[in-house]
Design a protein around this ligand. Structure first.
Ligand code: SAM
Ligand code: SF4
Length: 266
């Protein structure tokens, strides 16, 4: 599926929930989030149908994100439903890793191929502060479980903020090198300011080669992280919503005043 700038759209990122078991300060406020009402959140059947239609239109790579995808009840069943769709070549997940110890083996058995785990520092106290309560030891156990389950290659996502020190970056580099993980540094962005940067070690933020569209938990197909457009699959039908979103993919991102990182999934 080509957009108007001749970019081939092959990658669908799906936010399966806006809920999360952490509250990273750059992503979610501590309190006062207006959660998507339950009846607006797409069911597993609806999400699976979107994937089937998207694959028929040329998508071959799916990533589940959130909020935190592992807090969505029955997530392993959703993976099973998706991995059975012919044409889904790459099925991955971005997670904070807190629940990975519990789910990694089942996710792999259900057909998940690999995970990106968000880990911004190797300092447990700092991790606890920036996630507002997260236990870094739990993430480490989750990463081990992902390796044991064969969810490879494990990639580590590190959001680099003004507080990130060069020493911390070096520690993360050493850790990833020793464990054979791929490390990506993502500079802290602001959707409302329209500030975004190429991801160091990844493809994100490079508009000229962007092959992505996004599906929010309530079913909006969104052309770009930095766009206010969104077309709901319940309102437009799946194919039309995808076509409209692809048609609105901007040459380069602007701003997003409609969504936040926690409901569009980064
Ligand atoms: N909860 C999962 C996690 O943290 O990996 C998945 C959802 S999270 C919104 C997806 C990615 O977006 C994470 O790697 C997170 O670090 C990143 N992210 C969140 N807020 C961000 C911001 N303001 N700037 C850059 N990246 C951000
Ligand atoms: Fe939750 Fe991920 Fe956002 Fe952190 S970055 S608050 S883990 S959704």
């Amino acid at each position: 599926m080509l957009d108007q700038f001749n970019r081939n759209i092959t990658y669908l990122r799906i936010s399966v929930t806006d809920r999360c078991n952490l509250r990273c300060h750059y992503c979610m406020p501590a309190e006062g989030v207006q959660w998507i009402p339950h009846n607006s959140i797409l069911s597993f059947e609806e999400i699976t149908e979107v994937v089937k239609v998207a694959v028929g239109m040329g998508v071959n790579k799916i990533r589940l994100t959130g909020g935190e995808p592992l807090v969505r009840k029955g997530i392993v069943d959703l993976i099973k439903m998706m991995s059975g769709i012919p044409g889904v070549e790459d099925l991955a997940m971005t997670t904070n890793g807190i629940l990975l110890e519990k789910y990694a083996a089942d996710l792999a058995a259900a057909g998940l191929k690999r995970v990106n785990v968000s880990l911004d520092t190797l300092d447990p106290e700092k991790y606890n502060k920036l996630t507002r309560g997260g236990d870094m030891a739990q993430v480490m156990k989750g990463i081990d479980a992902a390796v044991d389950a064969g969810l490879l290659p494990v990639k580590i996502n590190c959001v680099q903020t003004a507080q990130t020190t060069s020493e911390e970056k070096e520690q993360l580099r050493d850790f990833c090198e020793a464990r054979g993980f791929k490390l990506r540094f993502i500079r802290q962005m602001s959707l409302t300011d329209g500030s975004f940067y190429p991801v160091e070690g990844g493809d994100g933020g490079r508009c000229s080669i962007c092959n992505r569209i996004r599906l929010t938990a309530k079913g909006d197909v969104v052309p770009c992280l930095f766009s206010d457009y969104g077309y709901n699959v319940r309102e437009y039908g799946i194919e039309e919503a995808i076509l409209k979103a692809v048609g609105k993919k901007p040459a380069t991102g602007h701003k997003n005043n409609v969504n936040a990182f926690y409901n569009i999934g980064g």
